[in-house]
Design a protein around this ligand. Structure first.
Ligand code: AGP
Length: 617
């Protein structure tokens, strides 16, 4: 939700160009409008407009600012308060065009603050909540001349979520960054340049050394140095530990692929192999905690929730305890009167910043019950990690495509590794059996590689054959309902088609009435203990004229024989491999969504109305 990039440098660089490249790398966070402000000679230079960055750049030349300028703030917006128009684009300025602010988040008390400021004579140009902030700072500067104090006083009046970067025309070498609930990372090239950004890839081409700003911390960025303060005690600087990020910039670039989404699907084997390296100690720690729990919940949003649905099946198989899956936005409402003592929550999030998830786990931890949170995320130092008792970091690398792909498979893998660790601890299965499950799990990258090598033409053919069908179903039973739901979500997101992942058994209680001659239904059919029943469901649709497309394992015969088109996943159909089928089957559906988006001339990396990190309720 909105991307922030700030840079202050002593190097001889084109500051506009770097700011432009910075927000390009953050465009997955929102692309309704964008803007850049640079500062030179006690003046601010602003260019902003509504639309995607490339279009605005063509129009406004976002890389052309005064050569001498060494400080810039840049913003790419996902609109909340105020339509995506030029006037509502960031940066926002004060009455005298001296203070510029870019913001990611939402101020909840902006109406009251706006009225207060209007009564003092401030003039507002936009409908945004953000515009409050430069005016609040302006107001505070009148009573004390110190920018740092004015910013601290201003934000103390704000209720809500914010990652903010602020500059002032009369402070030639200073950016002030401050956060609450919205991510903000400070990158540093010692003695030369300092950056702030909503996400690491924005400055990754220049440095992998960074500080992760915590809630209510303020950073004062100068060229090549940074000081940190607690917003509530800004007289004494505080020490923070620098972190080294081991992502390579190549991972955050398209590298010859047309889109990030396609590249990230092809990166799934590597992402899985990297995630297999999660340390045994952390897996054991997770497993022991789950074994000690009286009650276990699993919660997440979107794709991460579907990964949770798959993971819940796999963990339960070995743990032998029920795990209740609840969407994070409903977590508090569902459990308000029934959260039990000694409960464990497994929280899953690619970004680690989804606000509904953070709110759910914060609520649970602050309750009287002694609840522990085990989280799985792809982002080191993200907000979720600070609210968790134990954390597993998936190693998918940066995921830039708004539609989650490689993080989905790594989230299921991480849960599977925990499940097998549980199996080792409770010893209800023999070592030999457990090893067979491990072997199957370790073979998942190869299965995906083999699939990607040989099936692209088939997927493109299916996309073309489905061209006229604006809606259809992915049907499945058991664990594969998670795969079906995730496949449906991908098609909705990137191809703008209402394709629903649904229970094959439940479909006859309503959705079957949509079926006419030639109506397509895609069955997700790994040979698990639901297979025979799924054949029955398939026949219910086939006998009504449904066109059956099936996703099966390589040696499948029964369902393949009943299907009009078959996609074969090159894996054995034994129970070991079948358990992990959500990992190996999903690439087919992700590719279906990707090519369907291309067929409709849509940009799969930037689905309409979406943003990668959802930091609003
Ligand atoms: C995935 O393709 C979506 N963009 C979205 O549903 C996403 O999975 C959801 O917002 C959760 O995000 P998180 O994993 O970062 O918490």
């Amino acid at each position: 939700m909105c991307g922030i990039f700030g840079i202050v440098s002593r190097k001889d660089i084109n500051i506009g160009k770097i700011a432009l490249e910075g927000i390009k790398r953050l465009e997955y966070r929102g692309y309704d409008s964008c803007g850049i402000v640079t500062q030179y000679d006690s003046k601010l230079f602003v260019k902003k407009d509504a639309g995607k960055i490339d279009v605005i750049h063509k129009k406004l030349k976002l890389d052309e600012f005064p050569n001498e300028s060494k400080l810039a703030l840049a913003h790419t917006r996902w609109a909340t308060h105020g339509a995506p128009t030029k006037i509502n684009s960031h940066p926002h300025l004060d009455c005298n065009d001296k203070i510029a602010v870019i913001h990611n988040g939402i101020l909840e008390n902006f109406i009251e603050l706006r009225e207060e400021l209007l009564s003092k004579g401030h003039i507002f140009k936009s409908e945004t909540d953000t515009e409050i902030i430069p005016h609040l700072i302006e107001d505070n500067l009148k009573t004390n001349g110190d920018l740092k104090i004015a910013v601290a006083n201003a934000i103390k009046k704000c209720i809500g979520a914010y990652g903010l970067a602020i500059c002032h025309a009369d402070y030639p070498d200073t950016i002030i960054a401050v956060r609450r609930e919205s991510p903000l990372i400070i990158g540093i090239e010692d003695g030369k340049t300092t950056y702030c950004a909503s996400d690491i890839p924005a400055f990754l081409p220049y440095t992998n050394k960074c500080y992760i700003l915590e809630d209510d911390e303020m950073a004062i960025l100068k060229a090549g140095t940074v000081e940190f303060y607690d917003v509530n005690n800004i007289s004494v600087p505080k020490q923070k530990e620098i972190q080294k990020i081991d992502w390579s910039i190549k991972a955050a670039e398209k590298g010859g692929y047309k889109h990030f989404m396609l590249k990230e699907i092809y990166e799934e084997p590597t992402a899985l192999r990297q995630t297999m390296k999660i340390s045994n100690d952390s897996l054991k720690d997770f497993a022991e905690t789950l074994l000690s729990a009286e009650r276990i919940y699993i919660t997440a949003a979107g794709t991460s929730f579907y990964a949770a649905l798959a993971g819940k099946f796999i963990i339960t198989k070995f743990l032998g305890k029920y795990i209740q899956a609840i969407e994070c936005s409903e977590f508090k409402i569902e459990l308000e009167n029934s959260l039990e003592e000694n409960s464990i929550i497994i929280a899953i999030s690619q970004s680690g910043e989804t606000i509904d998830l953070i709110e759910a786990i914060r609520w649970a931890k602050e309750s009287k019950q002694r609840v522990k949170v085990l989280s799985i995320t792809n982002i080191v130092g993200s907000t979720i990690t600070r609210h968790s008792d134990k954390v597993l970091i998936t190693q998918a690398g940066p995921e830039i495509g708004v539609a989650a792909t490689k993080t989905f498979v790594t989230q299921i893998l991480a849960q599977s590794l925990v499940a097998l660790e549980i199996a080792k601890l409770i010893r209800t299965e023999s070592n030999d059996e457990i090893q067979k499950y491990y072997n199957a799990l370790y073979s998942t990258p190869k299965v995906i590689e083999n699939f990607l090598e040989k099936n692209i033409d088939l997927i493109k053919y299916i996309v073309r054959s489905l061209e006229k069908n604006l809606n259809f179903f992915f049907l499945a039973r058991g664990i594969s309902i998670a795969t079906a739901k995730e496949g449906g979500l991908k098609l909705k997101e990137v191809a703008c088609r209402f394709i629903e992942g649904y229970s094959a058994a439940h479909a006859k209680h309503g959705p079957i009435s949509l079926v006419r001659e030639g109506y397509p239904i895609i069955f997700i059919a790994p040979p698990d203990n639901t297979y025979e029943r799924l054949i029955g469901n398939l026949m219910e649709f086939k006998s009504r004229g449904g066109k059956i497309i099936s996703l099966v394992v390589k040696e499948d015969k029964k369902i393949a024989d009943l299907s009009d088109i078959t996609i074969r996943i090159p894996q054995p159909g034994d129970k070991y491999h079948t358990l992990f089928s959500p990992i190996t089957f999903i690439p087919a559906l992700q590719l279906l969504a990707y090519y369907a988006a291309l067929e409709h001339n849509l940009d799969p990396d930037k689905p309409l109305n979406l943003a990668k990190t959802v930091t609003v309720h």
